[in-house]
Ligand binder design. Structure first.
Ligand code: GLN
Length: 446
């Protein structure tokens, strides 16, 4: 399987651009080890996996697709990297992304863009674009991505694969290079829902190395895939099916709803009234947290250091000017502004209050429904170059994934059709820590 993965990468990756670093020597050695008679057979035994390049891997270059970290070889493994290894997966390499996970098209990678395997003139989505494209192109069996405001679900939707963002805190963030710590979540990107259950089973669980990791019992996700959704109550937020949603996407989502109805689920419209404020509050909160998290990149501790600085301040300034790309700088400036004295109350604090209201919208809806359903993204993939000059248009692609991130609840994207040859994704959203129901419904639908 390892050899097949590298052969497929050799055949396709010049066009797709999913990988930033390959792990050939170590992967082959690991595969040989797993091949020995008597080797432990974990849940993911010998499966070729790709890891997004903001998840640290011991001794294996981890760049976050940034020039700043272009020489960074971590001295430790993220908890999830270790867990994949323990489950028997073989790390094939590190996957391209938007720099520091900021973006929705993978055009913000400072190395090269990723192309959508369904049509290479189109974006694969982002920021986990390499993770989604690699699975869609058959290079790896599954990958890990990270999702702060949609970065697992939206690229999964654009690439016609399955992407699961777990409940905040279910999967350890230890070793995930932080973008917005109160939102970041690691999750699987797979070819089908069953595979997502296997990968989640392998990476979920409490970790004392992450102070926000939840100490909850992990159910058997795989055995929850019973195919039965009889009596399941589904809410369809009217805000997710309204203005700005492509009619073809809406049609595909309604068709999926009929499938679930035929299987015995019931559905009703519901309102999440604060949805319209989600994108604005997300970009304030995520950028504020990013401005603080990215302060550690100063040219001293990690990555590339600028040459010939005049003094220490000049070293910071030059290293940051040279190391960060345009979108990252935009977020740092926005976040620093929103946190500065005099503006904190008007922007950051206000956005936190809006976040609470959004969370309460979900709490209320889940009093009545087991699951919420809508599209993953308002449109299918767009052309490379089409939106890169218009950050606001780009930000609006996450209009139906961001509220879910702000609420911290789990959601999956599963393929539900095509428009003009490009995949469409269906989003199923669950109660906190109820991944089992999300997976069960997605599996029954698929
Ligand atoms: N596209 C969103 C952003 O640019 C989400 C990114 C993410 O989830 N990492 O912030």
């Amino acid at each position: 399987l390892t050899e097949a993965a590298y052969a497929r990468i050799a055949e396709t990756d010049e066009r797709i651009g999913a990988f930033l670093t390959l792990n050939e020597e170590a992967a082959r050695a690991r595969a040989a080890e797993l091949d020995q008679a008597g080797a432990d057979k974990g849940l993911l035994h010998a499966l070729p996996a790709g890891i997004k390049d903001n998840i640290v891997t011991k001794g294996l270059r981890t760049t976050c697709a940034s020039q700043f970290l272009s020489n960074y070889d971590p001295i430790y493994d993220a908890t999830v990297s270790g867990k994949l290894r323990d489950a028997g997966a073989v790390t094939i390499g590190k996957l391209n992304m938007d720099e520091f996970a900021m973006g929705g098209s993978n055009e913000n990678s400072s190395f090269r863009p990723v192309r959508n395997p369904w049509n290479t003139d189109y974006v694969p989505g982002g920021s986990s674009g390499g993770s989604a494209a690699s699975v869609a192109a058959g290079q790896v069996y599954f990958s890990l991505g990270s999702d702060t405001g949609g970065s697992i679900r939206q690229p999964a939707s654009y690439c016609g694969v399955v992407g699961l963002k777990p409940t905040y805190g279910l999967v350890s963030r230890f070793g995930l290079v932080a973008f917005a710590s109160s939102l970041d979540a690691i999750g699987p990107i797979t070819k089908n829902v069953e595979d997502a259950a296997y990968v989640l089973q392998s990476i979920a669980g409490h970790d004392r190395m992450d102070s926000t990791s939840a100490d909850v019992a992990i159910p058997d996700y795989v055995s929850s895939l019973s195919g039965d959704v009889k009596g399941m109550r589904i809410g369809v937020p009217k805000e997710y099916m309204g203005e700005g949603i492509d009619p073809k996407v809406k049609e595909a989502v309604l068709a999926a709803l009929r499938v679930l109805e035929d299987l015995g689920a019931t559905w009703e419209e519901v309102s999440l009234p604060h949805t319209e404020y989600a994108v604005a509050s997300y970009y304030l909160l995520a950028s504020s947290e990013a401005s603080s998290n990215l302060a550690r990149f100063d040219g001293v501790r990690y990555g590339v250091r600028a040459d010939d600085p005049d003094n220490l301040l000049d070293l910071y300034r030059k290293s940051r000017s040279q190391g960060f790309g345009q979108e990252v700088k935009r977020r740092i400036m926005l976040g620093t502004y929103a946190l500065s004295s005099g503006y904190y109350d008007a922007y950051y604090l206000k956005a936190q209050k809006v976040r609470t209201l959004i969370k309460q919208d979900f709490d209320k809806a889940f009093e009545k429904f087991d699951l919420l359903l809508g599209p993953t993204a308002p449109t299918p993939a767009f052309r490379i170059g089409e939106q890169i000059g218009d950050p606001l248009a780009m930000y609006l692609n996450d209009i139906v994934t961001i509220p879910v991130s702000l609420a911290g609840v789990p959601a999956i994207s599963v393929p539900c059709g095509f428009a003009d040859g490009l995949p469409i994704g269906l989003q199923l959203i669950g109660k906190p820590f109820d991944e089992a129901t999300v997976l069960r419904a997605a599996h029954a639908y698929e």
